[in-house]
Design a protein around this ligand. Sequence first.
Ligand code: HEC
Ligand code: HEC
Length: 396
Amino acid sequence: MLPDRNDRATWLGCKALWHEASHISMRLNILRIEPRRDILRALPLFGLLFFFGGCAPEETRPAEFVSTELVVNLPAEGQTAVMAALEEHCGTPSNPKFLGDDSAETKAAMDMGRKIYESRCVPCHGYSGDGAGPAAEYLWPPPRDYRKGIFKFTSTNHGNGVPPTRDDLRRIITEGAPGTAMPSFRLLKDEEIDALVTYVIALTHRGELEILLAQDYEADEELLPERVQDEINYVLDGWANEEQRILRPAWEAMTEYNEANILKGREFFLNQTDGCVKCHGADGKGSGAGDVGEDIWGYEYPAADLTTGQFHGGGKPEDIYRRIYAGIKGSPMPTFVNTLGDNPEAIWNLAHYVRYLADQARRDVAAQQLERQAQQAAGLLNEDDASEEDAPADDG
Ligand code: HEC
Ligand code: HEC
């Protein structure tokens, strides 16, 4: 159920889009070397601003959160029962509650989180965290729909049911997802980022609970309060014990970044049965890989071009190690725990090869520069030769 774009195009949204577009173009300037390409890439966003330029300064926060298909497909009594339980425990867009925690401290964070979320995140992620804000249909990859409780770029172990840590969400909000529309919000205060993390988790809890309650109703045609409480505990238990979920890279097994190890990584990468080649292609660009599959949100998701030098989930060694070990949750990129779980050296060698591929763009630029310098040097030599009898030029 996509909300009507015009209903949602709020004055706040306009302001936020303007703000984000300038943020994004700024960020692209920082990350990329070619300013002209940055402006080109930011153009669609400025186009969006133009498109929403006519929105009226009226409050269009919906009275209720948007339900998932699962609820919409229930009979009327079922919808009412699920919505009532959700409203009781998770509140409404004007008065959202954090599941299972009504402390004053959390309320204050929710309040701050909601305000910033509405002005900065709603244009893409929507009031309900359904990833269907007014700008969403223009973006690829699309903004995350939090309601399944699945996040891609986490430090946690493999398995779609393993939620991220608060630090993972803090990181993605602070750094953004380079190469996607997800901007960096590093200019916000720590306290504000923290409040946003709380708010995103609240929306996520609501989504997870909604799915469980809809399934319960479908099975039993009733929703007893004890059942609702069981499901609440189930959701909250999933998010408890962060420490146990974290996947710690085997630093002690880290191999050296050298030619021999890069070649070992390459060998596994190109292995036709277990390797990466079937999705990422022999060139690492995804060329010739064909149909890789859909992600859990229902989008055909091509394998990443590993030669661009940009990683949506961060390019630090531990980030790449975790992507290979645990895969990317919700995406066709699988976990390699079965083939490589006992062989951390092989994971590091692969990570080195991925790093090497990622440096391809830089190597190309460096090679071009060297060539230019060589040509210039040759040109200068000629000039020097020609001007030997004249006074030396004063502009090097
Ligand atoms: C201009 C659009 C845009 C805005 C504004 C935006 N996001 Fe996003 N966000 C995205 C996109 C696109 C993705 C998906 C990236 C991907 O799949 O690689 C995303 C992904 C995310 C994720 C999921 C990361 C993961 O690991 O799965 C979180 C959390 C998130 N955004 C939070 C926020 C918050 C909080 C705000 C507001 C402070 C915000 N976003 C504002 C576009 C946006
Ligand atoms: C079944 C297909 C498939 C296989 C096999 C596969 N990948 Fe991927 N990979 C993907 C897809 C799809 C993405 C994009 C995921 C996304 O951003 O949602 C991806 C993304 C990545 C990323 C980018 C992460 C980021 O932060 O942007 C890296 C690194 C990566 N894969 C490495 C590997 C390596 C190394 C192997 C082999 C050990 C491998 N992949 C095998 C499908 C695959």
